[in-house]
Design a protein. Structure first.
Length: 255
């Protein structure tokens, strides 16, 4: 299956008035350079304001007026991070998608290196930004949860050191074929990306920062329930029925 050198940059935002402008403008400038240098055919930036109660939407709206590559959409009420992610992937119109939260935790220099590493390959493959310094900056509880999630992701992807909660470049087409398994949906995207491209995920290791503003998302009871409820389905669909679902997915996409 052929994929063009084009990327939809997806930015979910909820009450990010202090960081949204910096994130949008820096990403727009970085991707514009890639286009001008001939490394990237085209890009779009889609910003989803997920029911913010501050000035996030107004700030993004003002930027949208000046930068034609930006498209702003809005949820009247907060839907939560998982629903926001899913909606953005469905809104993407280009062959590859890169979702980057608006909290400014991802150094723009490293994002640029990450994308450039993706683009410089003769054959484009799914790419994952592995956060090399999580252990140093996470709390003990967050490290335990992160290790558990990464271990499941690595086993399901049959690939070592999969940081499924990090940013990634994956084929946009997978958005229509996930089983919507709650917190495991990011793992689903990585599994499906490997199936569709018939290539292993390319991993690059960069730094990451804690939020400067706002609050970190914590481990809520709803997430624990989601993880418990959906794990059997994840195991069933992607391990026990792996070959059957691989054929189904490739047939759905016309391979």
């Amino acid at each position: 299956m052929y994929f063009k050198r084009e990327i939809s940059v997806l930015i979910p935002a909820h009450n990010e008035e202090k960081t949204i402008a910096n994130v949008i403008i820096n990403l727009s400038n970085t991707f514009s350079i890639f286009v001008s240098e001939g490394k990237l055919a085209k890009f779009e930036i889609i910003v989803l304001d997920d029911g913010s109660t501050d000035l996030t939407y107004n700030i993004a709206k003002n930027i949208e007026k000046d930068i034609t590559s930006i498209r702003l959409i809005k949820n009247a009420e907060p839907t939560g991070i998982l629903c926001a992610f899913h909606k953005l992937y469905l809104e993407a119109s280009l062959d590859w998608s890169l979702l980057i939260p608006a909290d400014d935790q991802w150094p723009i220099e490293d994002i640029g290196k990450f994308v450039l590493n993706f683009l410089e390959r003769d054959q484009l493959v799914p790419s994952l930004y592995v956060r090399k310094n999580k252990r140093e900056i996470y709390s003990i509880k967050r490290n335990i949860v992160s290790k558990f999630y990464s271990t499941i992701a690595s086993l399901m992807c049959l690939n070592y050191d999969i940081d499924a909660g990090s940013i990634k470049i994956v084929p946009t087409t997978i958005s229509n074929i996930t089983f919507r398994l709650g917190i495991y949906e990011e793992i689903e995207r990585l599994i499906l990306a490997q199936w569709i491209t018939r290539a292993r995920i390319q991993k690059t290791y960069y730094s990451w920062e804690l939020r400067k503003y706002g609050e970190e998302s914590g481990l809520s009871m709803s997430l624990i329930k989601s993880a418990t409820r959906n794990f059997p389905r994840l195991f069933w669909e992607y391990i026990l029925l792996r070959k059957k679902n691989q054929k189904r997915v490739r047939k759905t996409l016309g391979e």
